[in-house]
Design a protein around this ligand. Sequence first.
Ligand SMILES: NC(=O)c1ccc[n+]([C@@H]2O[C@H](COP(=O)([O-])OP(=O)(O)OC[C@H]3O[C@@H](n4cnc5c(N)ncnc54)[C@H](OP(=O)(O)O)[C@@H]3O)[C@@H](O)[C@H]2O)c1
Length: 241
Amino acid sequence: MPVYCITGANRGIGLEFVRQLAASPDNTILALTRSLSSDLTDLKGASSSSSTHILECEVGDIRSIQAFAQKASKLLLGKDQKIDFLVNNAGINGTSAQNTLSLDPDGLLSQIKINVLGPAKTAEFLLGQDLLADDVRVLNMTSGLASLEMTSEGPRKAAGYSVSKAALNMLTVHQGVNLRDRLPGAVVIVMDPGWVKTRLGGHGAALEPHESVEGMLHVLHGLKDEDNCGFFHHSGKKLPW
Ligand SMILES: NC(=O)c1ccc[n+]([C@@H]2O[C@H](COP(=O)([O-])OP(=O)(O)OC[C@H]3O[C@@H](n4cnc5c(N)ncnc54)[C@H](OP(=O)(O)O)[C@@H]3O)[C@@H](O)[C@H]2O)c1
C-alpha cells in the first residue's frame, strides 16, 4: 500500500501523476493544492477513489506547509502509514521574458520561495512529523534549464526560473545527504520532465503530460541507493549538472 504525496496536484504534471496513480486502488495519494478554494473539478475527477486525499498546501507559505504536515500526520499515523514517494512538483516560471539585466526582484524571490524553499520545507516538516518512510523516494521537479552545462551550450532562457531551478538542484544534492543522516534508505533526486503541454509549458510543447509522467514514474519506481542526489531526465537518462 504505497503512499504518494504530490504538491501542485490540481493541474498540469501534478494532476497527471494523480490520474495515473489513482488508477491503482492500492495507492494512497495525498494530492496537494495551493488552495482548497481553487477550481478542483479536474483533480476530483482524476481521484474519485477513497484513497486519494485532497489537502491544502501553499508551498510559498511556510505556515501553510506546517499546517499541511500536521493534517497529514493525523491522516496517516492513525493508519500506521508513512510517505513512500514525495513529489515536490509545484513550481512557477513567473518571469520568463526577463534576462539577467532585467530581473524583477520580487519575481526572482517568489521563484526561489516556491521552487526552492517550498521543496526544502515540505521535506523538513514531513520528516519533523515522522511521516517519511525509511526508504522514502523524493523527486524534486527541476528543468533542463537548471543545468549549467546544457545552458552553457544552448540558448539562455527564463533567467530567474533557470536560476531558481539550478538552486533546487543544489538543494537536492544537500537534501539527499541530510535526509540520509536520518533515514538511511532515502533517495532524493531532481527530475527534468521534458517540455510538457501544460499551462507552464504551453501548447507548443513536445510532450503530452501522460508521456512525461509515465516515464517519471518508471524512473521513480526503479531508483536504487546509488541514485541518491542524481539528476534525471524523464526518459531515465542521467543529465549533466
Ligand atoms: N511543463 C514543462 O514543460 C516543464 C518543464 C520543466 C519543468 N517543469 C516543472 O514541472 C512542475 C509542474 O509544472 P507544470 O508544467 O505542471 O505547470 P502548471 O501547469 O503551471 O502547474 C503548476 C502547478 O503548481 C502549483 N503551484 C504553483 N505555485 C504554487 C504554490 N505557491 N503553492 C502550491 N502549488 C503551487 C499550481 O497550482 P495553482 O493552480 O494553484 O497555481 C499547479 O498545480 C514545475 O515545477 C515546473 O517548473 C515543467
